[in-house]
Design a protein around this ligand. Structure first.
Ligand SMILES: [Fe+2]
Length: 447
């Protein structure tokens, strides 16, 4: 990476400051803007899978303290942090989620003060910084990494809101309607080619997205849109959750033990399927053309098999999202190289739910694959491994310690993902039984 010129540095600083501010506005919208400091919902453990909100809040501050205050100062490798005394409480590795509410955490007001003080110092460092030869600072990387970290926790807090019982507190405009009809279940042929996967040039890319490397992709078919609620309801009603022969042993054992008979939040009431979206019950018939949400990898894989298809691999997914068949080059997004806009993708919790398939024709790939970015994370049938030439950076706990585990990949990004994180090279991973995340899928088929 080369250091930007002085004029570019000014523009880069302004962009990073705006991204830090946008991430913080989203954080507040899910915490202090909706809960009074003494509201028990602020500090309650809403699910053993999730942290209490005030843990996320101070963890966001602590991560920023570590990277931007202590290690982000101009011309100095290490300066004193704002609160090194709380590091042990907000270490995600030593404190599993289910036990976090029992820790002597900062209360919501203290967490907010901590976050504000850290942000003040981080902005001083950003303003005075030279994006010098230290690799963490080149092209503002570590500032961008902290923007993305906060945005990832915003999405996690949004998932906690989804699991929270009680009066709804989040509201948003409905998503735009479909303008392209008839996409559900249709397939797009992708002629095989050699393809440059991953990236060596995106300044914001995290270690597991790098480096760019050639892969050979065979011919395949990919669904033009994610599988919808209406399609998935037909699978449920056809007995998909009762037919043992469709399921892997691990998948069957899990749905049996958990008593799952439909996606998370679905209930059969008065003869119709309903879902609950941030505390509001909605009839599935009314959101039938939206991508199905809150399914685990096993559910996605079984649906695909039932439909005579399979899940795409991670390579196929990225090929569909980036390969330009006309020029043989790899692009940043399905629509080209420009960043996502509200016309191209459903991001930033603008609508608090996925949009109907066909709502974003401006975001489609040249071959006609829709909604690869935004709406729902898409399960892929690939494990988590480093690309050839992988180097851990800036710390091995970001990715490397997860390689080779029992994880499946998710690509794309959901309606809850922040725009700075919505890269088509971004690799998300989770256990195949998890579905509290904003996960859906589309199907593929070998040609
Ligand atoms: Fe974190």
């Amino acid at each position: 990476m080369t250091a930007p010129t002085a004029r570019d540095s000014g523009a880069l600083r302004r962009r990073l400051a705006a991204e830090l501010a946008a991430a913080r506005a989203r954080t507040r919208a899910l915490t202090h803007d909706v809960f009074a400091g003494d509201d028990p919902d602020f500090t309650r453990q809403h699910s053993p899978l999730m942290s209490p909100f005030h843990w996320d809040l101070a963890h966001i501050a602590n991560m920023e303290d570590y990277w931007l205050v202590r290690r982000g100062a101009p011309d100095s490798d290490l300066v004193a942090g704002v609160r090194e005394d709380v590091d042990h409480l907000y270490d995600a590795f030593t404190n599993p989620r289910a036990g976090r509410s029992a820790l002597p955490l900062l209360d919501p007001a203290e967490a907010r003060v901590y976050g504000d003080r850290v942000r003040e110092k981080a902005l001083e460092h950003l303003e005075a910084g030279s994006f010098d030869e230290r690799r963490t600072l080149a092209e503002g990387f570590v500032f961008s990494m902290i923007v993305q970290h906060e945005q990832q926790h915003v999405e996690t807090m949004l998932a906690t809101h989804q699991l929270r019982a009680g009066t709804p507190v989040l509201h948003a405009d409905p998503p735009p309607p479909a303008v392209v009809a008839g996409l559900a279940g249709t397939e797009v042929f992708h002629p095989g080619a050699e393809f440059l996967m991953g990236t060596s040039s995106e300044a914001a890319a995290l270690d597991n997205e790098k480096p760019a490397h050639p892969v050979r992709v065979d011919d395949f078919w990919l669904d033009a849109a994610p599988v919808t609620n209406a399609e998935y309801a037909r699978f449920v009603d056809a007995g998909g959750y009762r037919d043992r022969s469709l399921w892997s042993e691990a998948g069957w054992d899990h749905i049996t033990a958990e008593g799952w008979t439909a996606p998370m939040t679905w209930e059969h009431v008065d003869g119709r399927w309903h879902r609950t979206s941030f505390g509001e019950r909605q009839a599935i018939d009314d959101v039938g053309d939206q991508p199905v949400l809150h399914v685990c990898f096993h559910e996605a894989a079984v649906y695909a098999a039932w439909a005579g298809k399979r899940l795409p691999t991670e390579v196929e997914w990225e090929f569909a999202a980036r390969h330009d068949h006309a020029t043989g080059t790899t692009r940043r997004f399905p629509w080209g190289d420009e960043d996502p806009t509200p016309e191209r993708a459903n991001l930033d919790q603008r609508h608090l739910q996925p949009a109907p398939v066909g709502a974003y024709p401006a975001g489609a790939s040249p071959l006609g694959v829709h909604q690869l970015v935004g709406d729902v994370w898409e399960w892929c049938d690939s494990g988590f491994e480093g690309y050839p030439g992988f180097e851990p950076f800036p710390y091995k706990e970001y990715s490397e310690v997860f390689f080779g585990g029992d994880f499946r990949m998710l690509r794309g990004s959901s309606f809850g993902v922040g725009t700075p994180n919505a890269r088509t090279t971004f690799r998300n991973w989770d256990l195949p039984i998890r579905r509290q995340i904003f996960s859906g899928f589309r199907c593929a088929r070998s040609a």
